[in-house]
Write a protein that binds this ligand. Structure first.
Ligand SMILES: NC(=O)c1ccc[n+]([C@@H]2O[C@H](COP(=O)([O-])OP(=O)(O)OC[C@H]3O[C@@H](n4cnc5c(N)ncnc54)[C@H](OP(=O)(O)O)[C@@H]3O)[C@@H](O)[C@H]2O)c1
Ligand SMILES: *[C@@H]1O[C@H](CO)[C@@H](O)[C@H](O)[C@H]1NC(C)=O
Ligand SMILES: *[C@@H]1O[C@H](CO)[C@@H](O)[C@H](O)[C@H]1NC(C)=O
Length: 296
């Protein structure tokens, strides 16, 4: 009898210990740091791309502003990007913060024939950022924030493939889909690096970041099984959209990080990236091919 009681006590002890450890893990590692900036944005104008759902939507809700304006933008169409920019520049006198948040992974082609993931995650934002750069400069100190991903670590930029196929990778398997997403996110990090160089001497600074693993619609194009496992089975390990927006907010708002322009952030902290994500030759080459693709 006493052996059983002892055994039960031990089990209970282990269970409580496990629950406490899981709780601490969730509260610190999963949730991560919060943006602590007290910045107020009265009179300032912010663009958040992709804000009808996910991280972007949460940021607009959290802004507390009643002056949120919807503007149509399809990053898979360079024409749409141009008309959005034209419309914005005509109707809004200021631009203080541009948050390039929209992103996806999907196959297929954009209106202009580019690989969808490359076209939306990289090229559309490239054109958008360039078209809005003068307004950002006029309104300095201003910021550009690129929502990239930790997945960029697995990416590569294949210029031959870009030149011949207008995409970063041609495969069509699920794994290829993941890889091309990583490639496009590597482009974001490289671009931020190159843009920071080009913005030296202006009052515009820029940052790229990994938001964490966040429960959003981002995997809407994955198989139903994958979605089921990811959204339910891994729930415990994922941030809510609010938690997932903290590093973006940090980069957009936190005072005194201007000297970190061009850097990559996660968990509200500047991080070192792999050599390939800050290689000046690749970054410059990518900038030039993107200019050509956008007829800039
Ligand atoms: N969730 C994560 O774990 C995670 C991890 C690392 C990085 N990220 C990055 O975080 C950012 C936000 O993603 P999320 O997690 O919030 O995903 P989400 O819920 O799927 O939201 C993505 C947003 O991008 C927009 N978008 C997609 N294609 C577009 C296009 N052609 N033109 C304009 N907008 C387009 C979507 O609009 P529609 O609904 O109209 O298509 C949506 O508003 C993305 O850049 C993503 O890569 C997310
Ligand atoms: C984020 O930062 C917090 C506070 O510094 C830390 O406790 C947590 O482990 C970090 N999370 C990750 C994923 O690095
Ligand atoms: C964000 O990424 C896009 C596409 O990679 C790039 O064109 C733009 O210059 C980047 N902006 C910043 C601030 O990094």
């Amino acid at each position: 009898m006493t052996v059983v009681v002892k055994y039960c006590k031990l089990l209970l002890f282990l269970l409580v210990g496990f629950l406490i450890a899981a709780y601490v893990f969730h509260e610190t590692v999963v949730k991560g740091k919060s943006c602590t900036s007290k910045a107020k944005l009265h009179g300032k104008t912010v663009i958040v791309t992709g804000s009808n759902t996910g991280i972007g939507k949460t940021m607009n809700l959290e802004s507390g502003s009643s002056q949120v304006v919807f503007m149509q933008l399809d990053l898979a169409s360079l024409k749409s990007v141009r008309s959005f920019a034209e419309n914005f520049l005509k109707t809004e006198p200021r631009l203080d913060i541009l948050i390039n948040n929209a992103g996806l992974f999907n196959f297929g082609r954009t209106e202009d024939g580019f690989g969808m993931t490359f076209g939306v995650n990289h090229l559309g934002h490239f054109l958008l950022t360039n078209l809005l750069l003068d307004r950002l400069k006029e309104c300095g100190p201003s910021r550009v924030v690129n929502v990239s991903s930790g997945a960029h670590n697995w990416g590569r930029v294949d210029f031959d493939c870009l030149n011949t196929h207008k995409t970063l990778r041609t495969g069509t398997s699920f794994v290829d889909g993941q890889r091309v997403y990583a490639d496009s996110k590597l482009c974001n990090v490289l671009f931020t690096y190159e843009l920071a160089k080009r913005l030296k001497g202006t009052k515009v600074t820029c940052y790229s970041l990994h938001p964490g693993v966040v429960r959003t619609d981002i995997i809407r194009n994955a198989s139903p099984t994958f979605q089921l496992v990811a959204l339910n089975g891994l729930r415990f390990f994922m941030k809510t959209p609010l938690q997932g927006s903290q590093t973006t907010l940090h980069c957009a708002l936190h005072e005194g990080i201007e000297h970190l322009s061009g850097r990559h952030f996660s968990n509200c902290t500047a991080r070192d990236v792999l050599a390939k994500a800050k290689d000046p030759v690749t970054a410059k080459k990518l900038w030039e091919i993107s200019e050509r693709f956008c007829d800039l």
